[in-house]
Design a protein around this ligand. Structure first.
Ligand SMILES: NC(=O)c1ccc[n+]([C@@H]2O[C@H](COP(=O)([O-])OP(=O)(O)OC[C@H]3O[C@@H](n4cnc5c(N)ncnc54)[C@H](O)[C@@H]3O)[C@@H](O)[C@H]2O)c1
Length: 266
């Protein structure tokens, strides 16, 4: 039974980066299960994966649309929002789960590689949130005064760095935090909340799959948390996403919610 606090019935949720079966796909499923009509998008190269995610979500009543987008491309992001608005008429929730990681020493990282990671993770976050804000300000306010909710993805290393060399990733994800705060400030008067989730190590997703042959490192990550385990994409990610996407978080904006088993509290 869905309580009204988490009920998304009648709302349209756009989930970007939902093609790899990772946090985005799990998030799309959770939003759909709680009543939202879901639009899911990813790179054109992930078309088959996006269709598979959508097929898993489609039941008798669920309307799920699939889209291609490159979050680094302004025109592509604008076209995505146009398509979703044309099909569903409105957008109430945007969860941007697109992201790339580059594990490489600073002196082995080219300028082009650095800029690519920043472009996907930080600039892409801004482009999507900007378009989301423009679309949501056209919504009639709901009973609680809300016009929409935007959720960005940073990392447990949002405001610090880790022991592995990932300078481009750390820089880009720190940027996501202040993009979030800045847009929360501008969109607050419009009744739109903007927050970010900061996951610890969630395993397995495509992004973390490379750790499969490094059991020692996985165990180190697990022991780095207070709970002594890695995050499970379905069980541990979807609740916090649902919270930030639903009326349950009506007075929460500009925040970073750490979903990391206690990692950042030590
Ligand atoms: N898995 C983790 O442990 C973890 C930890 C901290 C933060 N995160 C963040 O959570 C988000 C999701 O992570 P995940 O583990 O599910 O990763 P994932 O690699 O499984 O999914 C990321 C998705 O983003 C898509 N994407 C990449 N570039 C894109 C672009 N230019 N335009 C549109 N889509 C693009 C990919 O195709 C992929 O489907 C990422 O932002 C990641 O940085 C993940």
């Amino acid at each position: 039974m869905v309580t009204p606090l988490f009920d998304l019935t009648g709302q349209v949720a756009l989930v970007i980066g939902a093609g790899a079966g990772g946090l985005g796909a799990e998030g799309a499923e959770a939003l759909s299960r709680h009543g939202a009509t879901v639009a899911i998008a990813d790179l054109a190269t992930r078309k088959d994966d996006v269709e598979a995610t959508a097929a898993a979500l489609r039941g008798a009543d669920e309307v799920v649309s699939t889209h291609e987008v490159d979050v680094t491309d302004e025109a592509s992001v604008a076209a995505l929002f146009e398509q979703v608005l044309e099909i569903h008429g409105r957008i109430d929730v945007v969860a941007n789960c697109a992201g790339v990681m580059l594990r490489r020493e600073y002196d082995q990282t080219s300028l082009a590689e650095f800029e690519r990671v920043v472009r996907v993770n930080m600039t892409g976050c801004w482009l999507v949130a900007r378009q989301a804000g423009i679309a949501m300000t056209r919504n009639e306010p709901r009973l609680d005064g809300s016009r929409g909710r935007i959720v960005n993805l940073t990392t447990v290393y949002a405001e610090r760095v880790g022991p592995v060399p990932e300078s481009a990733y750390y820089a880009s994800k720190a940027g996501v935090v202040n993009v979030t705060r800045a847009l929360a400030s501008e969109l607050g008067p419009e009744g739109i909340t903007v927050n970010c989730l900061a996951p610890g190590v969630f395993y397995p997703t495509k992004m973390t799959a490379a750790l499969a042959d490094q059991p020692d490192r996985l165990e180190w990550f697990a022991q780095r948390t207070m709970l002594g385990r890695l995050g499970d994409p379905a069980a541990d990610f979807t609740g916090p996403l649902l919270f930030l996407a639903s009326p349950a978080s009506s007075y929460v904006t500009g925040q970073v919610l750490y979903v990391d088993g206690g990692w950042s509290a030590w």
